[in-house]
Write a protein that binds this ligand. Structure first.
Ligand code: PLP
Length: 413
């Protein structure tokens, strides 16, 4: 037990609390105290341009007046009832999401993993009813669907699952963007295919032009559910309200979280009528669809629709992507640039992405390494063109400062 003492002042003092109390964690030695728009400040008062936005969450920027107002007004009225009762914000959000998507039914939860967990249960029930008890859900290699036992199994990364076996049955994986492999993997046990339009955590790998369309047609032909995980790509991030619109497909089920709440925790599963097989008692959540979170999500989505935020994502995403491509032409550490809208990545020629992120902190920019060679950018959807250019300049300085011994020393013979 710790005793109460004076409020810590420095990042180091605060971090000492983490080291004494948390399950071990890995994060940079900075304690963020406040944010405004696309910027945050740490307890030492250092300013950072935030090009990762809490991993694609703070969609309207930090301390957004839209989010503040919704929180203030709804918290003064009603915060929680559980799903024992109807509440108005939940019903309004359900109406808004279904009116602006091809889906008919919705279930609200609190996170991306919970949304996928619900989608997995939905697919299993659908398989029992419509495919002779089929239960398997095919997902892609390098996918990320969450950390609960079922979703981490669908994620399929050995280093995430190794300590938690035995894993649930029925989660085969196929290479992403490989239609033949998917066709070969389907058998009588298959109920559904679950894919991200862009694999965000996997390193911003984009589904090819035809892949999602071919998967859609194939699932229809074979009587399989086609489910998209839009936890990272949904709610405007790719410059369309839903990511799948870019591919011109309509999935049967979509999962959402992250940017939906603009910073508050909310997730959702949306399904078309024929996929929506949940009946009372099949699934539930105490906090899911809480009026406070739904009021915020409603105002976030309304703001995106009414203020041409999608136009901003396309314009500023274009500036950022072209800037990165231009940088790649000049800076030999960048091998390639990937992504759509405001979900972008650079692939480095060397395994130093975490070092570039660290140097970025010195330069006053927050970036994210999804692996040793990949740096991801997922800024607020309200990022301005000037901020995009500032971010590019800071990233460039971080790259230019990288001291890479393997590039400067002759290879050992
Ligand atoms: C595509 C995708 N699905 C699911 C998740 C899990 O979401 P959460 O961390 O809210 O559980 C993530 C998180 O990064 C994600 O990117």
């Amino acid at each position: 037990m710790t005793t109460t003492s004076a409020r810590p002042k420095s990042s180091a003092d605060w971090i000492a609390i983490e080291q004494a109390t948390f399950f071990p964690n890995l994060r940079p030695p900075m304690v963020i105290e406040r944010g405004q728009g696309s910027r945050v400040w740490d307890v030492e008062g250092r300013e950072y341009l935030d090009l990762i936005a809490g991993i694609a969450v703070v969609s309207l920027g930090h301390a957004s007046p839209v989010v503040q107002r919704a929180l203030a007004e709804q918290s003064a009225k009603l915060i929680h009832t559980s799903n024992l009762f109807y509440t108005i914000p939940q019903l309004q959000l359900a109406k808004l999401l279904t009116e602006h998507s091809p889906f008919d039914r919705v279930f609200f939860c609190n996170s991306g993993a919970e949304a996928n967990e619900a989608a997995i249960k939905l697919a299993r029930k659908w398989g029992k009813r419509h495919r002779d008890g089929a239960y398997a859900i095919i997902s892609a290699e390098h996918a990320f669907h969450g950390r609960t036992l079922a979703t981490v199994t669908a994620t399929g990364k050995e280093n995430y699952t190794r300590s938690f076996t035995p894993l649930p049955d029925g989660f085969p994986h196929v290479p992403f963007n490989d239609m033949d492999a998917l066709e070969r993997a389907v058998d009588a046990t298959t109920a559904a295919v679950l894919l991200e339009p862009i694999q965000g955590e996997g390193g911003v790998h984009v589904a090819t032009e035809n892949y999602l369309r071919d998967v859609r047609d194939f699932c229809r032909d074979k009587n399989l559910l086609f489910m998209v995980d839009e936890v990272q790509t949904g709610v405007g991030r790719l410059g369309t309200l839903w990511g799948f619109e870019r591919w011109g497909v309509e999935p049967d089920v979509m999962t959402l979280a992250k940017g939906l709440g603009g910073g508050v925790p909310i997730g959702a599963v949306l399904a078309n009528e024929s996929a929506a097989v949940f009946e009372p008692g099949d699934h539930g959540s105490t906090f899911g669809g809480n009026p406070l979170m739904c009021a915020v999500a409603y105002d976030v989505v309304r703001y995106i629709l009414d203020n041409d935020v999608l136009g901003n994502v396309n314009r500023v995403g274009g500036v950022l992507k072209r800037g990165l491509e231009h940088m790649a032409a000049e800076q030999p550490l960048i091998q390639s640039v990937r992504g759509e809208g405001l979900l972008l990545a650079i692939e480095l020629t060397v395994e130093h992405a975490p070092d570039v992120v660290r140097l970025g902190h010195d330069e006053g920019v927050l970036l994210n390494a999804t692996g040793p060679t990949t740096i991801r950018l997922a800024p607020p959807l309200t990022l301005t063109e000037a901020e995009a250019k500032e971010g590019l300049a800071k990233l460039r300085r971080a790259l230019d400062r990288l001291d890479v011994p393997e590039l400067t020393q002759p290879a050992a013979s």
